[in-house]
Structures are given as C-alpha cells and as structure tokens.
Design a protein around this ligand. Structure first.
Ligand SMILES: CC(C)(COP(=O)(O)OP(=O)(O)OC[C@H]1O[C@@H](n2cnc3c(N)ncnc32)[C@H](O)[C@@H]1OP(=O)(O)O)[C@@H](O)C(=O)NCCC(=O)NCCS
Length: 173
C-alpha cells in the first residue's frame, strides 16, 4: 500500500470514489450524492490542485494502483485562523478496512502539516455514532473538545458530531 498526494490526473478517480463514499456511508458525511454529482469537474479539481496556493489537498492510498482510501486537508487563509486546518473526507473502501490504511492517511496529513510553519492545529468532526472513525482518530492522538447536537439531518433523523483536535507539534500533548 502506498499513500501519496493526489494531483489533477486523479480527478476522475477521486470524484468517483467520493460519490461512492457519500452513497455508501450517508451517516459519515455531510455531503450527499445529490449535492456533489452535478458539480463541474473544476470543483473537484480545486481539491486535487497541485498549485502552490491550493487551500485543499487530498491524499490517496493505493493498492496495486487502485485508489482504496482518501482524506483531505483544508487550510484557512484568514490571519487569525490560519494556524488551524481541517481534516476532511476520510474514507477507506470496506474491503480494505482494518489494515492500517486510515492511520497511514492521518500520518500523511500530519507529515504535510509539519511543512506548514504557521499551522498549529488540525481539527475534524466525526458523527458521534461512528465508532470506527472515532477510535481511529483517538488512536492517532485527536482529542474531543465538544459535541454538536443536531449537526446533520439524515433520513433516519438527526445525528450529533464530535469535534476533535490535535496539535501539529508532536511534542505538544
Ligand atoms: C473509519 C475508517 C476510515 C477507518 O479506516 P481503517 O483503514 O479501517 O482504519 P485502520 O485500519 O487504520 O485502523 C486504525 C485504528 O482505528 C481503530 N479502528 C478502525 N476500525 C475500527 C473498528 N471497526 N472498530 C473499532 N476500532 C476501529 C483502531 O484503533 C485501529 O487501530 P488497531 O487496528 O491498531 O486497533 C473506515 O472504517 C471508513 O472509511 N469508514 C467509512 C467512512 C467514514 O466513517 N469516514 C470517517 C468520516 S469522519
């Protein structure tokens, strides 16, 4: 398994992967297929842009050249918040879970975060009932700092989201 940053050449594969993820894991994601499927390819290209001013980037995990897992990192530009970034869009194909791929994707995000001198904190949100994802993030050092009730409306009702954070500096607990 190899993890590397996606580039514009991966845009179609990434789009297909995420649309499948939204369809298969509706409780895990805020985005829906209905929202994202009509978006032009340019929207997806901003996620995998390789330009130096890109504010979003995505890492992919590949097994024998097949994309089997992804996650993204989104920077903020405003002076008072650009020390924080957001980990988003984490998903590993079900047939490939339990092999350390999620953990490797988080590690790739933090390797990247260390290259950004101003970045101090990575935050994320995770649906409260999503135990595999909560355990993954806890095992990678993320700490919960609040629960947002009624965060997302899904077909069965409302779900809460746990907000988590982790320092980029490995020496800060
Ligand atoms: C959550 C998810 C990304 C985990 O990916 P993964 O590749 O299976 O995770 P890893 O194999 O790297 O597991 C790392 C750690 O996470 C925890 N973990 C992962 N799956 C778990 C499960 N089903 N139950 C309990 N803990 C689990 C364990 O602590 C594990 O460490 P261990 O294997 O040493 O015990 C994957 O299940 C997934 O894509 N789920 C659907 C989409 C989703 O929920 N995305 C998150 C949105 S916030």
């Amino acid at each position: 398994m190899k993890v590397h940053r996606l580039t514009p050449t991966h845009v179609a594969e990434y789009r297909a992967f995420m649309l499948q993820a939204y369809a298969n894991e509706p409780e895990a994601f805020t985005a829906t297929v209905a929202e994202r499927e009509p978006l032009p390819l340019e929207w997806w290209l901003t996620r995998v842009s390789d330009q130096p001013d890109a504010t979003e980037l995505v890492f992919g995990a590949f097994v024998e050249s097949r994309l089997v897992g992804v996650t993204g990192l989104r920077y903020k530009l405003r002076p008072r918040t650009r020390h924080k970034a957001t980990l988003f869009g984490m998903c590993v194909l079900r047939d490939f879970t339990g092999r350390g791929i999620g953990r490797s994707l988080v590690a790739a995000v933090f390797e990247q975060a260390l290259l950004m001198p101003e970045l101090r904190v990575v935050q994320l949100t995770v649906t409260q009932s999503n135990i595999p994802a909560l355990r993954l993030y806890e095992s990678c050092g993320f700490v919960p700092f609040g629960i947002e009730p009624f965060a997302n409306k899904i077909s069965e009702g409302f779900v809460s989201k746990v907000h988590m954070w982790r320092s980029v500096d490995p020496d800060v607990p």
